[in-house]
Design a protein around this ligand. Structure first.
Ligand code: TRP
Length: 339
């Protein structure tokens, strides 16, 4: 249990934009927590396909196809549809409806100040050509979160401004309604927030081409580990090695459960006399062991995509009931209930 969260049953809402296969960065940042959280909380996991379209409208097929791919990744890592509800954002029209009303509770200036949006606009080179849907996606995310009355929202650090903006909307709405209809939420940021890419860049990301995907074959894992960035000053085996920024050790810290053995290896590396190939062999073993059962479960689920669609359909149906209930309350509170 997390500190301060024992007293009541929290509802967790979390999700991903389905734009590509999930990788080890997602695994440490969110997936392995979700597998734990589903035993402690009521957990809803959203495939945010509508949000993904806000910067992929020129390629809707990519988003469509990745709904299934990401769902397979979820099931492969052990997200259990009997414990977690997996839903597809676009199939819940109430979320779009709520977004339209909430847009009137936010100013353009406030959206312009949202640090995540600001940064993403630069990263995507939008300059003046920002899709309005993209610019307002924090409001759509506020609709996602508040529709479920989620109280805990596990997100990466870069998403904290979204939570703040959600809570502002929630407070403004409740003040307007003179009633606590919507519920404020709390961000839950994982300890190991972000995993560097195999090239040593700060973030593992499919667009940077430095990721180890959960669906990698054994040979792809082997090749990726061979390319992992280590210590450029460690030229000869006898040289003392450095751990800072050394991706092989960062990954071992994240995934190797034999902490004592790992510490011994680190000490030896720093002293000198330990070659990178030995470190990488250990890393490869750890990653092969981690990813093999995930890959096998994925292949098993992928044999019956109809069954996976059925899981998504049932999760979406259940989720929509909640979102529709909240939307009714919201509309009634602002005079949009006529009959
Ligand atoms: N913005 C999130 C991301 O890019 C995805 C997302 C959409 C989300 N709606 C959400 C996350 C609601 C948490 C809660 O990963």
């Amino acid at each position: 249990m997390l500190p301060g969260t024992e007293d009541k049953k929290h509802l967790i809402l979390t999700g991903d934009r389905p734009t590509g296969p999930l990788h080890l960065g997602h695994y440490v940042g969110s997936l392995r927590n979700r597998v734990k959280f589903q035993n402690q909380y009521e957990q809803y996991i959203m495939l945010a396909d509508a949000q993904a379209l806000t910067d992929n409208m020129e390629n809707p097929a990519k988003v469509h196809d990745n709904v299934m791919e990401v769902a397979l990744d979820y099931l492969a890592v052990g997200i259990d549809p009997a414990k977690s509800t997996i839903l597809i954002q676009s199939q819940i029209p109430e979320l779009t409806e709520l977004t339209f009303y909430y847009l009137n509770l936010v100013t353009v200036a406030r959206l312009e100040r949202n640090p995540t949006i600001k940064q993403e606009i630069v990263m995507r080179n939008f300059e003046r050509d920002i899709p309005a849907g993209f610019f307002t996606y924090p409001v759509s995310q506020a609709a996602d979160i508040s529709a479920f009355k989620a109280t805990l929202v596990p997100v990466g650090e870069d998403q904290i401004p979204m939570i703040e903006q959600t809570n502002e909307i929630v407070r403004r709405f409740n003040r307007l309604a003179n009633k606590d209809i919507l519920v404020e939420c709390q961000a839950l940021v994982p300890e190991i927030g972000r995993l560097p890419g195999i090239d040593g860049k700060a973030k593992m990301s499919k667009s940077l081409g430095n990721a180890i995907n959960l669906n990698f074959t054994a040979a792809e894992i082997k090749a990726a580990v061979r390319n992992v960035y280590t210590d450029p000053l460690h030229l000869r085996v006898a040289d003392p090695g450095h751990l800072e920024g050394n991706v092989a050790f960062i990954y071992l810290d994240a995934f190797d459960e034999d902490k004592a053995g790992l510490q011994e290896m680190k000490d030896h590396y720093v002293r000198g006399g330990l070659g990178d190939s030995i470190v990488k062999a250990r890393l490869e073993g750890v990653l092969q062991d981690l990813l093999k059962p995930i890959r096998e479960r994925r292949e098993e689920f992928a044999k019956d995509r109809g069954q996976v669609l059925q899981i998504l359909k049932e999760g979406t149906r259940k989720a929509r009931e909640i979102a529709a209930q909240t939307t009714d309350e919201v509309k009634a509170a602002i005079g949009l209930k006529h009959f």
